[in-house]
Design a protein around this ligand. Structure first.
Ligand code: GLU
Length: 450
């Protein structure tokens, strides 16, 4: 359809030249919504695409902080407040050396639709910094978080923009960010989620993205007469999402056998030792290479020894593959390996972890595919439960949070299936997620006028 290339060209000639990740995310949405546009040309008449692809506000700020030797460091900080048609901006904060405006723009754009798919009233945003938390002392992390918050605290608020966790930002960082906001504004407003429990965090928030991913995948499989029970699963990553996906996979009787970090990959054919993994990653913040010191039968492959184009995780035959590390981690070669090994389903725990070429291969080969915008929405959904607990002062038990999470994930699946039926999409959940998310946001924008 003509509008796709026209809109892409307008985006490219606009103020985002060279934003390759953002263009990747934008193209996927534009291509997917073709059946919707065909039925509803009013979206083109109303110029909704032009309006939706430009962030409402993009803030770029400087962060100056002192390390333990009193040396000054300067980092870039960003917050992309992309769209608030459905509610206040909501989305995580990422601290990683790869962070740049392009990455955050793609993440914020994805977040708009993911948040809309949850059915909750939140807009989409993302923020972060090119700060590298690796090997920093606790005090340095605290100083950096304080400087980050001080630089842009007046742009956020409990009804304006609510931050959350992401890569490099866990309970510790959230605590420091929250503490600085409180000090600067004298308010205990819920301007960030994934807080530690004693600061008003929600039970079940840490687990939510990983658990939600498994609930979504299991719902999808059960609907097709299949199950994860007793099946070999491969997982990449070893952060919050990967660890809790592994935990839930064990709960339902599946066998998770891999995990990875930036330095290498573990394959433990007996099943990943979850306690050891948690100890290494959550307590000691250590590299996965220490895993094999205690689990002698496991294999550790260093990143520099990966065969080109592979990541080692996806070489392992499995029934279900869960990319839970980072964007574009699963490329064409990995997809070929998975297909060759007869994978049945790929479910995205990270944001946009599968490249367009790899997705094409999965679609051609009729591999079930659970896209991130739906499959990993459990995290942000429980963040909204955290916000609602903070404002009502009525705190939920973990059982209640878990029940709400299961309900949200199964409603997402039902809504996607309905969208598939409405537009004759078969099991194309990628298009269904984009259509559902786009429609909700576009309709809300139109109702609010230009
Ligand atoms: N970073 C998570 C995501 O990508 C959670 C965001 C949040 O809780 O605000 O959805």
């Amino acid at each position: 359809m003509e509008y796709i290339e026209q809109s892409m060209n307008r985006a490219k000639n606009g103020n985002c030249k060279g934003d390759t990740l953002f263009f990747q995310a934008l193209r996927e949405v534009l291509v997917s919504i073709a059946p919707l546009i065909e039925k509803h040309p009013e979206y083109l008449d109303q110029h909704v695409i032009d309006r939706i692809m430009v962030p409402n506000r993009a803030i770029h700020f400087k962060i100056e902080w002192l390390d333990d030797d009193n040396v000054v460091h300067v980092n870039n900080g960003y917050r992309i407040q992309f769209n608030n048609a459905l509610g206040p901006y909501k989305g995580g904060v990422r601290f990683h050396p790869s962070v740049n405006p392009d990455i955050l723009k793609f993440l914020a754009f994805e977040q708009i639709f993911k948040n809309a798919i949850t059915g909750l009233h939140i807009g989409g945003a993302k923020g972060g910094s090119d700060f590298d938390p690796k090997d920093k002392s606790d005090k340095e992390i605290m100083k950096f978080c304080q400087a980050f918050m001080a630089a842009f605290y007046n742009s956020i608020g409990a009804d304006i923009d609510i931050l959350g966790g992401d890569i490099g930002v866990g309970a510790r960082e959230v605590g420091y960010l929250f503490g600085k906001y409180k000090q600067l504004t004298n308010s205990y407003d819920s301007i960030i989620t994934s807080k530690p429990l004693s600061l008003g965090g929600s039970l079940g928030r840490i687990q939510a993205t990983g658990y939600g991913l498994v609930y979504f995948t299991q719902t999808l499989l059960e609907d097709r007469g299949e199950t994860l029970k007793g099946k070999i699963c491969t997982i990449s990553g070893s952060g919050n999402v990967a660890i809790h996906a592994i935990e839930k996979l064990y709960d339902i009787g599946a066998i998770p056998v891999t995990c990875s970090d930036s330095r290498g990959t573990i394959h433990d054919s007996n099943g990943i030792d979850l306690e050891l993994l948690k100890n290494l990653k959550l307590e000691r913040r250590a590299s996965l290479e220490y895993y094999t010191l205690e689990r002698k039968n496991a294999t550790y492959v260093k990143r520099e020894n990966y065969v080109q184009g592979s990541s080692f995780v996806w070489d392992i035959p499995c029934f279900a593959a869960f990319p839970c590390a980072t964007q574009n981690e699963l490329g064409e070669n990995c997809a070929q390996l998975l297909i060759h090994n007869d994978v049945k389903i790929v479910a995205e725990g990270a944001n946009m972890p599968t490249t367009p070429k790899a997705i094409e291969l999965f679609v051609e080969n009729k591999i079930l595919f659970a896209p991130a915008k739906a499959a990993n929405a459990g995290g942000v959904a429980v963040s909204v439960l955290e916000m609602s607990q903070n404002s009502s002062l009525n705190y939920l038990s973990s059982e209640k949070v878990d029940k709400r999470l299961r309900d949200i994930m199964s409603t997402i699946y039902i809504d996607l299936k309905k969208t598939c039926d409405e537009h004759n999409l078969g099991m194309d959940l990628i298009s269904a997620a984009n259509i559902l998310g786009f429609k909700r946001v576009a309709d809300a924008m139109i109702m609010q006028g230009v």
